[in-house]
Design a protein around this ligand. Structure first.
Ligand SMILES: NC(=O)c1ccc[n+]([C@@H]2O[C@H](COP(=O)([O-])OP(=O)(O)OC[C@H]3O[C@@H](n4cnc5c(N)ncnc54)[C@H](O)[C@@H]3O)[C@@H](O)[C@H]2O)c1
Length: 339
């Protein structure tokens, strides 16, 4: 922090991360910096226009200066809000993301998309505003519920499939059976996976900050994911639905002759290995199919997907035939006859 030479630092956090924010705050005070602390309420509802307004008012009241710094300590809800506040305060001050969830570290904190929700929908008020630094301590993940941890691993494995196969090797080989608690059982491997995943996202975003083309490959597994999350009324978590979505994308690529069956098998193996689902209930998949058609990735003639031409070789495929989509969807339900 000393290198940034602020006078004051805003620390924004949330209930699940407040112990880590306390540590950050103590460290800043030891450096003789003035700290303005803001504890957001819990959950997605707190990522709101009114929260951002409250923080902005507090900081303006504390005479925050152009050289001062905003720090977000928490999950994606916190880093999205802290980044948005930093983007708008005094037309932009520097900010640092300290993600304390695996999803936050691998996705939300990297890439400079900041936003809050409006009543009409998610992330409707936002800005592209890159953090000055992203600082991750994987030890903070030790308090995450297992479902959050496993869900975050789905994003890490996504980076493995689209760009860095070494991630798949590390995770696939990190024990005979399922690892229950990666933070304690395989700390070095976890750190390596997180660093590699963050590097993949940072590199892709650096090449395509405003989502002109390449950045779309980050949506691998996400077309079915969004539809499944909606179809199950969020009974399936984001990570669980991305996992099934990636198996579906692999089946579709295989159906189109782009990848061999063993690459599809690798998806199932490595995702199952960390405790992620590789299929969903038939009724949920049936409900998700029409939603997928309404997805913004659909084109006039057919559906558009991020698929693989091999591990580490993502490709955007347009106008995919509906029959192929149904065939691939069948394979993530456990049914033998096509839907
Ligand atoms: N900006 C982007 O590019 C981007 C990308 C992906 C997701 N997002 C956003 O990220 C948000 C989701 O992120 P999230 O899953 O981190 O949600 P979140 O911030 O709500 O955190 C999930 C839960 O974990 C708790 N928590 C945080 N750190 C913890 C820890 N170390 N131990 C125990 N509990 C902890 C939180 O209090 C919360 O209950 C969404 O708002 C989404 O829109 C943004």
């Amino acid at each position: 922090m000393a290198a940034l030479e602020p006078r004051q630092v805003a620390v924004v956090t949330q209930p699940g991360a407040s112990v880590y924010a306390d540590e950050v705050e103590d460290g800043l005070r030891e450096e003789a910096l003035r700290v303005v602390r803001f504890d957001m309420a819990e959950g997605e509802v707190a990522k709101s226009w009114s929260t951002a307004g409250e923080i902005l008012e507090r900081l303006a009241g504390a005479e925050f200066h152009r050289d001062d710094v905003v720090v977000g300590v928490g999950g994606g809800v916190v880093t999205d809000t802290a980044g948005f506040v930093a983007a708008t305060l005094l037309r932009g001050v520097r900010w640092i993301a300290c993600p304390t969830t695996l999803l936050g570290a691998l996705d939300a904190a990297i890439g400079g998309k900041t936003a809050v929700n409006l009543s009409a929908g998610k992330n409707l008020a936002g800005a592209f505003w890159q953090p000055a630094a992203v600082l991750v301590d994987t030890a903070t993940f030790s308090t995450l519920p297992r479902r959050e941890m496993v869900g975050g691993l789905a994003e890490a494995l996504k980076y493995g499939f689209i760009d860095d196969p070494r991630i798949l090797d590390i995770v696939g080989g990190w024990s005979q059976g399922e690892v229950q608690d990666p933070v304690h059982e395989v700390p070095d491997a976890l750190e390596d996976v997180v660093a590699r995943g963050m590097a993949v996202k940072a590199r892709i975003v650096a090449e395509d900050e405003r989502e002109g083309g390449l950045r779309a490959v980050l949506n691998y597994g996400h077309t079915l994911d969004h539809a499944l999350e909606t179809a199950t009324a969020y009974r399936m978590s984001h990570g669980e639905a991305v996992s099934v979505g990636m198996v579906f994308a692999a089946e579709l690529a295989h159906e189109l002759g782009r990848i061999d069956a063993d690459v599809v098998g690798l998806h199932r193996y490595v995702l199952r290995h960390v405790g992620l689902p590789v299929q969903a209930a038939e009724s949920d998949v049936v409900a998700a199919l029409p939603l997928m058609r309404r997805d913004k990735k659909a084109t006039a003639r057919g559906l558009r997907f991020v698929l693989l031409d091999g591990v580490g070789a993502p490709v955007i495929v347009e106008d995919v035939d509906e029959a192929m989509v149904r065939a691939a969807a069948t394979r993530v339900t456990g049914r033998t006859q096509d839907l």
